[in-house]
Write a protein that binds this ligand. Sequence first.
Ligand code: ANZ
Ligand code: ZN
Length: 818
Amino acid sequence: MREYNPKEIEVKWQKIWEEGKVFEVKEDPSKKKYYCLEMFPYPSGRIHMGHVRNYTIGDVVARFWRMRGFNVLHPMGWDAFGLPAENAAIKYGYHPKKWTDENIDTMKGQLKRMGFSYCWEREVNTSTPEYYKWNQWIFIKMFERGLAYKKESLVNWCPGCKTVLANEQVISGKCWRCDSEVELKELEQWFLKITYYAEDLLKDHELLKDWPEKVIIMQKNWIGRSEGAHIDFPVLESGENIRVFTTRIDTIYGATFMVLSPQHPIIKSLIEDSPEKEKIENWLEKAKKETYLSRVENFEKEGYFTGKYALNPFTKSKIPVWVANYVIMEYGTGAIMGVPAHDARDYEFAKKYNLEIKEVIKPLEEISSEGIFEGDGVLVNSGEFTGLTSEEARRRMTEFVEKNGIGKGVALYRLKDWGISRQRYWGTPIPIFHCDKCGLVPVPYDELPVMLPENVEMKGFGGNPLERCEEFVNTTCPKCKGKAKRETDTMDTFFDSSWYFLRYTSPYENDLPFSPEKASYWMSADIYIGGVEHAILHLIYSRFFTKFLKDIGLIEVKEPFPKLLTQGMVTLGGSAMSKSKGNIVDPNDMIEKYGADTLRLFILFAAPPDKDLEWSDKGIEGCYRFENRVWKLIVENWESVKDFKVEKLEGDVLEIVRKTHQLIKRITDNIERRIHLNTAISSMMEFTNSLYQKKDELMKSSSGKGALKEAFMTLVKLLSPFTPHMCEEMWEIMGEREILSVSKWPEWKEELAKEEMTVVVVQINGRVRGKIIVPAGSSEEEVTEEIMKDPKICSYLNHKKIVKKVWVQDKIMSFQVE
Ligand code: ANZ
Ligand code: ZN
């Protein structure tokens, strides 16, 4: 018998697939489509286990739907602009393009060695002019609609990386990448007006039925809708009003002071004749910077009395107006009413400066908590509103201010416009001219792309590399033909990844970013698989772009990815594999040792896709042994069974035929509906065991041999999305001529797949605590899942630690708990 030799087999089939263009696709309206999308990688140089996991899960899904007869789009590409290439250039004098292209070469080779079924003809590389031209095109479309604009703003500046950092890239005041202390800088920056879509981004979460709940929650918090009210407080002896934003108008009778942000424009006039004017002004200079940081860090509250009073429009009493560092200008109106009895921040401030504290909300039930009460309750000391619940009071008080023209109910979002300016070389040039006469002028469409110049000196200090490239900067204005300068900022690379999935639908399109007809055929993606670290930025930005592109008529769908699967991490020793921790297993070494099929199988078997996966040498060994068992069983016995058919359905024959049909049904369901790939594999392992057990008996009759033949052919097909090379080889040994990867997925007969039910006895610490009925042949995991749904049995397991579990197939599940 031929041994299982993955090295030889894998190279052979990869070549056949590639030469036969087996995974390339065309739009075909007569066929149903399936768009299987995975987050494309940054070309860092090597594939790591996280990639292997992400892409193996995707590959099983793609292969499955292909065999189900769907027209499957399964593309891959490169998120190829970005900082590391530029840092390599600075450090080693290597051109970013060269560095990037070489990395792509290496990684593409690695992906091919994994046997992933990509349509490589549609490969997309965001650092090519063919791609970034369309970034520029989309930018100009946004600019024309006022959705891309420039404004002066304070930015997080990393002196180490010499670049602007997003708030999320600042980790306790330090740069996420190089650990330098982050500084604040005033810079003119380009922004995309994502806030224009805030409402839609929130509302359309309801279309994302197949997203993990936690991702929706993270996005909701990020967008941060707050319902509340604007209220005007008149400043005494001035005729001016200060408008506040509050979510708790019900506490207004307890508003004993007001607080302005240090940047608030009214301060200047308020302190005009204050004896402390100079002192306050000095402090304001310092505080302006601090308030920015206060969002990240908890710090000492500090403030000054402006010397002026305002009128609380409900109590009609005179309340002092303060300025303090805990109110930020970028949120709401930059001014608040201070309610120290019911807001912890105001309380801390009031204590420090001896301001009046007045209780106006009582909890509904007596609660014995320390400190102030911040929740909803019943109003006290609140004039005609006394006795109302907070909720009712908010409604009535909002009505009151609206009727009297002193305020209005409003909703606010925490979401900010997206700053896309980067002072870096390796990114898409922003297609704008600065002309002294005409101002900001977009580059005419027929002059796109604005090419990134090749010869630019990269020094790693002194700001923006493109600024130093005079041929690039100095040019003429397309409007007035006078002298103009080009914008030298490049785009945040999140811009590139916000629409790459659309470019895959027509990567050679020349007139538009993508062909609307082709996008209409493929979109939306049927599944999107990737890391949960992209739950917020990338996924919100892609949703934003999709909405924009729909508004300008290029696509029809509102949401790009209605189904999202976020895979868990790959860990070793309990923590995520990482270079700095030195706990890495290199996929290459594993392919060398066991072959790609074994690596794929292990990574799918070791944990459900959405859970973390602990690497185990024993585990991958076990997968390799399983493959050898399947190989041996089939290759050794094929000749003796291949000419037989099932004639009589009884005894062991019936049992194996039933198991075969049940297996098809179960695996189909596991992949199609739930993506439970690990349980799919364990079912195939159990099935293989049954075949070994019954083999000698079945070999005695021709029906038995027929049953084995059917079982072998089915197993090879069902296993093929997981270990495609080995299965193709067995398929060929079985004398089949067609390529297995594009053959038809097996079907089950319902009457044969009917499950026999069995009663499993559940013991806890040796005593019978219940019985559950499950389909015969259920796995330990499935039975455990059922047990956990039984409230009576669970009552014995709650708050206990399971120290041991014994499973007797189809009969007993026994727990030992402490
Ligand atoms: C009075 C009040 C009483 C408040 C109370 C809270 C509790 P969210 O929910 O996050 O939207 N606030 C408003 N603008 C602010 C700013 N620019 N800087 C700092 N704080 C600001 O928060 C809204 C609440 O945060 C508002 O409601 C306001 O304080 C404060 F018992 O008004 B509240
Ligand atoms: Zn001009």
